[in-house]
Design a protein around this ligand. Structure first.
Ligand code: AMP
Length: 343
C-alpha cells in the first residue's frame, strides 16, 4: 500500500510547499514516521541521508507550528554542511507558514547569529558545540522548545559531541517531543535514548535511498539541435562499456539510433513495436557486447533485465522524478558504479 501525502492531513501551507517542490508521494520513512510524530510520540529513526528523512521530521514539526516569541524547535546536526542543508529544507517546507529558521555553527562570527536570535527565530538548527556556546552566552532561550531532533546522532558521537548533546537536551523542557536519527545504534546512543526519550517508537528503513550512491549524476546544458553532437562527443571521452539512452518517442529512438550508427557508434533502437524475436535478438547482441548502445523509450525499457550498464543517458528529462530515478537505477547495479548523464 502506498501512502499519499493527502492522507497525512498536513496543513495547506505545507502541502503547497511540497507540491511546489515536486514531491508526489511520501518516501518509506516519511510514510512511517510522519503519522507517529503527529501523535506527539518520541521516535527513533534508523535511516541514511537520501531517504527523505529531513522532511520526515520537518513536516510534523511544521504541522505543530504556532507563532511564539521563543524558538519552538531545535535540531542538532554533526556538521555545518548538514545543519545548513536541514535549515534550507526546513525553510523551504515552512515558507508558506513564514517560519523563521536559523542555522548556527562554529567558525562563524557570533554577531549575526546573536542578532537573528534577538530578532526572533522559530527553528534553530545547529552543531552541538556552537549551540552550547550560545547557551553559555545566554542568548539562546530553550524554554519554549516543543520538539528536539537529533540528526545523525552516531556522527555526533563519533565527533565527540555527545556530552554537549546531553547538556543541551537537559536544558530543554521535559515535556518536549524528541526524535533521534542515527544510521547505527551504538550503546552510547541507546543510553542517551533511554535517558532522554519517553517510550520511543522505532522506525527502521533499509537502504532505499531515493538515488543510489553508486551512481554519478551529471547534466549538460545543450541546445536541442546540438544533442546528437554532444552525445557523440561524450562517447569519445567517456569510458563507455555499454549505454542505455532514453528518448521520448518510438520515432525518436529510431532516428537517434541511426544518427549514432552513422557516427560510428553501434546502436539500436528498442521500442514497443518490435516483436518478441526482434527484441530478443537486439538484447542478445547487447548482452554479448556486440552492441554497445541501446536507445529506448521508458515503456520499452520496462522489464529489460540487464545488469551491466555503465552509462545511462537522458536524451530528454522525463516529466516525473520517479521515472528519472527508475531510469538511472539501471546503472550502478550489482556493486558496480555507474554514470547517469542528462542532456
Ligand atoms: P534527505 O534524505 O532528507 O536528505 O532527502 C534526500 C532528497 O530527497 C532531498 O533532495 C529531498 O528534496 C528529496 N525528497 C525528500 N522527500 C521526497 C519525496 N517525498 N519525493 C521526492 N523527493 C523527496
Amino acid at each position: 500500500m502506498t501512502t499519499e501525502f493527502t492522507s497525512l492531513n498536513l496543513r495547506d501551507e505545507i502541502m503547497r510547499a511540497i507540491t511546489e517542490l515536486g514531491y508526489s508521494t511520501p518516501t518509506p520513512i516519511q510514510a512511517a514516521l510522519i503519522p507517529i510524530m503527529l501523535t506527539g510520540a518520541d521516535v527513533i529513526g534508523q535511516a541514511q541521508t537520501g531517504t527523505g528523512k529531513t522532511a520526515a521530521f520537518a513536516l510534523p514539526l511544521l504541522q505543530n507550528f504556532q507563532p511564539q516569541k521563543q524558538p519552538q524547535a531545535l535540531i542538532l546536526a554533526p556538521t555545518r554542511e548538514l545543519a545548513l542543508q536541514v535549515a534550507d529544507s526546513m525553510s523551504e517546507y515552512g515558507k508558506h507558514l513564514r517560519v523563521r529558521v536559523l542555522a548556527v555553527y562554529g567558525g562563524q562570527p557570533y554577531g549575526p547569529q546573536i542578532g537573528s536570535l534577538k530578532r526572533g527565530v522559530d527553528v534553530v538548527v545547529g552543531t552541538p558545540g556552537r549551540l552550547n556556546d550560545l547557551l553559555e552566552r545566554k542568548v539562546l532561550d530553550l524554554t519554549g522548545i516543543k520538539t528536539v531532533v537529533l540528526d545523525e546522532a552516531d556522527e555526533m558521537l563519533n565527533m565527540g559531541f555527545i556530552e554537549d548533546v546531553e547538556k543541551i537536551l537537559g536544558m530543554t523542557p521535559a515535556e518536549r517531543q524528541t526524535a533521534l536519527f542515527s544510521a547505527t545504534m551504538p550503546p552510547r546512543i541507546r543510553a542517551l535514548a533511554n535517558r532522554f526519550m519517553r517510550d520511543p517508537q522505532s522506525v527502521l528503513i533499509k537502504r532505499t535511498a531515493l538515488t543510489a550512491l553508486a551512481i554519478e549524476q551529471r547534466y549538460y546544458l545543450v541546445h536541442e539541435s546540438d544533442k546528437t553532437s554532444a552525445l557523440t562527443r561524450l562517447f569519445e571521452i567517456e569510458p563507455i562499456k555499454s549505454a542505455l539512452i532514453f528518448a521520448r518517442t518510438r520515432a525518436e529512438t529510431a532516428t537517434l539510433a541511426n544518427e549514432l550508427v552513422v557516427r560510428g557508434i553501434p546502436a539500436e533502437a528498442i521500442h514497443g513495436d518490435l516483436d518478441q524475436n526482434a527484441r530478443e535478438r537486439v538484447l542478445g547482441r547487447f548482452r554479448s557486447n556486440q552492441l554497445k548502445v541501446l536507445v529506448a523509450t521508458d515503456v520499452a525499457a520496462r522489464g529489460l533485465d540487464i545488469d551491466d550498464i555503465s552509462h545511462v543517458f537522458n536524451y530528454h528529462l522525463p516529466d516525473d522524478a520517479e521515472v528519472y530515478i527508475h531510469r538511472i537505477g539501471r546503472t550502478g547495479r550489482a556493486g558496480k558504479t555507474g554514470v547517469a548523464i542528462t542532456l
